[in-house]
Write a protein that binds this ligand. Sequence first.
Ligand SMILES: NC(=O)c1ccc[n+]([C@@H]2O[C@H](COP(=O)([O-])OP(=O)(O)OC[C@H]3O[C@@H](n4cnc5c(N)ncnc54)[C@H](O)[C@@H]3O)[C@@H](O)[C@H]2O)c1
Length: 270
Amino acid sequence: MPNKYLEGKGALITGAASGFGKGVAFALAERGANLVLVDLNAEKLEETSNEIEKKSGKQVSSIICDVSDSKCVKKMADQAFEEIGNVYILFNNAGLATSYGVDILKLGEKAWDRTIDVNLKGQWLVDKFVCRKMNRQSFEPLKGKVIHTTSGYGITLSPFVPAYSISKAGVIALNKLLAKKLAPNITSNAIAPGYHLTGIYGYREDIMLQSMKDGHVQTPLNRIGTIEDVVKLVLFLTSSKSDFITGHCFPIDGGIAEVGVPSHRLEMNI
Ligand SMILES: NC(=O)c1ccc[n+]([C@@H]2O[C@H](COP(=O)([O-])OP(=O)(O)OC[C@H]3O[C@@H](n4cnc5c(N)ncnc54)[C@H](O)[C@@H]3O)[C@@H](O)[C@H]2O)c1
């Protein structure tokens, strides 16, 4: 039986209907957290909430919200605190990828706007409306913990997904500034996954492997990532074992970012 170190504490997870958000939601429910699950996809969100309620026996709140819409995010944050009383863990994770393979100088404005709006502005809006309330909580020694999902592409920018890479680099910067602002009451860290089979690839391994091939990516640990790999890192960041860590970005990618071959090799025609 997992240690219930989050008993009495609330966890708000964005992008909770699928992939990492869903995996983390299950794991935090098992550790005793009261959950608010947030996503744009109403059908999948309901499915996930029902599955977690059935498995954990806990009541799960679910809120349909587009994280890029400030009115919706403000309402969502108010509702979350009303429903579960506190938010000790914020897993700021919702994100999407658009326009794979489109050159940075040919990318359409709509695709740019949607990617930046959801991936970067969306995480900032969620931080803005949740962390002000989190900072008024009386938990000790920390009032709360924030975990942002960035990407290996935010560390080593990929020409195949320019707007996505820039949005995720922005999340790394957002995380650092937030850590400064919220210290010493709240920690803020980021995770940077590599290649893991989730909804962002339509759960299609062939599509994910093709994007690795396009980027000449080689993974030192020689396998693709799983949702469980990410869940384990997030659990560490939600636990007291990480209480002295803030402002950092943790690659979880089988070694690609530091000692592998990331997606930045130049194709030269000269
Ligand atoms: N899968 C990977 O290999 C990988 C690698 C690096 C980073 N990431 C990041 O991980 C995070 C989670 O993605 P995932 O891989 O689990 O994919 P996923 O598609 O399975 O999950 C993302 C969830 O976010 C939701 N979402 C999208 N836009 C939203 C919006 N505007 N408002 C609210 N919810 C929204 C989707 O409906 C979906 O349920 C994303 O930020 C993604 O960029 C994924």
